[in-house]
Ligand binder design. Structure first.
Ligand code: NAD
Ligand code: ZN
Length: 361
């Protein structure tokens, strides 16, 4: 099993990565002494596939466990769902030794983390992510939250988990579309921070698309290492370090919103956002033409979307004005300067944005 320590003073924690890492969950939880009663937030599908594995791991170490199921949908990231879960926890918290386990993809992780942050002003929680996207990204770094009608992730808190345990054996049951959504984020890490990861993605495509466990473990490890480094240097995104993780997300979020959150999933929208950001980087002469071509080719190589199809440019541009990172009327983009290196640029001219969107129309 591979281990990474995310250093954040008293809020530091370990990220454990490996095939069948779940078998060791009880041992690590005992050391952490978070409580005796595990409240496992998950959905029906994940419980059916892996519920017995997690409960056995807990029971053999003497923990009590209870499964709370929420609907398998982004709709579970809602204030209504938070209310339901909190009331349920309060009913079960008679021994006052309860802690939460987020057992699922990013939806469950964001919801569980938020609930943990507000119930009794904060109780401990851990992340046991089961999608590639959650293992490489959403389970790490303590951004928790739910959506409002006015937009995604508008209510939330920075609240760090006490442990992240990524069992890469869970990834074998992901659909190809879900695997690729996670790979879009992996490509993001490669482009902004890791030329070796870029080369690995080029070399091992066939193995990755066949869910080869040892290569998937390498990907999860490489990405977790990059994210934990950036989070430990800039937990609350105050220094533009953590912001680098937003590469492809400024226009990606706008594309996701313009598609009504159904045409493209997050990873697909981010791929299109990365293609647009690469075009802007090239047109602003930050990135060499050949590097722009190589970056684009990697995204295409994994069969991620290349064109926005029938989505209206006006709708995307209007959605991008709602970006949380906008300060006043200044936009904020993460742009590439070479393969494996990125920087934050504010106030990118609208002609560059329009041109980039046209290049993927
Ligand atoms: N907090 C953060 O830093 C952060 C970062 C990125 C994304 N997010 C959030 O993450 C969410 C998206 O996460 P996601 O892509 O994991 O989506 P998701 O949680 O909806 O999971 C995708 C689908 O995969 C299923 N699934 C989960 N594990 C599985 C497994 N092992 N085998 C088969 N199916 C499985 C789920 O039931 C679901 O149907 C969004 O809400 C996004 O806002 C948060
Ligand atoms: Zn993302």
């Amino acid at each position: 099993m591979r281990k990474i320590r995310l250093n954040l003073g008293q809020r530091s924690y370990e990220i454990l990565i490996g095939r069948h890492a779940i078998d060791q969950l009880g041992k690590y939880l005992k050391k952490l002494d978070l409580g005796t009663d595990a409240y496992i937030l998950t959905n029906k599908l994940i419980k059916a596939k892996y519920g017995s594995q997690i409960s056995q791991a807990l029971l053999k170490s003497g923990f009590n466990c209870y499964f709370k199921l929420v609907a398998d949908s982004e709709k579970s990231k809602s204030i209504a769902c938070v209310g339901g879960v909190i009331n349920d926890i309060a009913r079960r918290d008679f021994k006052k030794r309860i802690f939460i386990i987020a057992f699922g993809g990013g939806v469950i992780g964001d919801l569980a983390g938020f609930v943990a942050s507000v119930y009794k002003r904060g109780i401990p929680y851990i992340q046991v992510p089961t999608t590639l996207l959650a293992q490489v990204d959403s389970s790490i770094g303590g951004k928790t939250g739910v959506d409002l009608c006015a937009g995604k992730n508008l209510v939330g808190a920075f609240y760090q988990p006490k442990l992240v345990l990524s069992d890469t054996a869970f990834l074998k049951s992901l659909s190809t579309r879900q695997l690729k959504a996670g790979l879009a984020e992996v490509i993001k890490y490669a482009l902004i921070a890791d030329k070796n990861l870029f080369n690995l993605l080029l070399k091992k495509r066939a193995d990755i698309l066949k869910y080869d466990p040892s290569v998937l473990e390498k990907l999860v490890y490489a990405c977790s290492l990059i994210k934990s480094g950036l989070v430990s240097r800039d937990e609350k995104e105050a220094l533009d370090k953590r912001t680098l993780l937003n590469f492809g997300h400024t226009l990606g979020h706008a594309i996701e919103a313009a598609g009504g959150f159904s045409k493209y999933n997050h990873g697909e929208a981010i791929s299109l956002g990365m293609l647009a950001a690469i075009e802007i980087s090239k047109n602003l002469e930050l990135l060499k033409v050949a590097d722009a071509q190589a970056a684009r080719s990697l995204i295409k190589f994994y069969g991620l979307p290349e064109k926005i199809g029938k989505l209206s440019l006006a709708k995307i541009i209007s959605a991008h004005f709602h970006d949380k990172k906008f300060k006043g009327n200044k936009n904020k983009f993460v742009l590439l300067v070479s393969l494996g290196k990125a920087k934050v640029v504010t106030n990118v001219g609208s002609e560059f944005i329009r041109g980039a969107l046209k290049s993927i129309s």
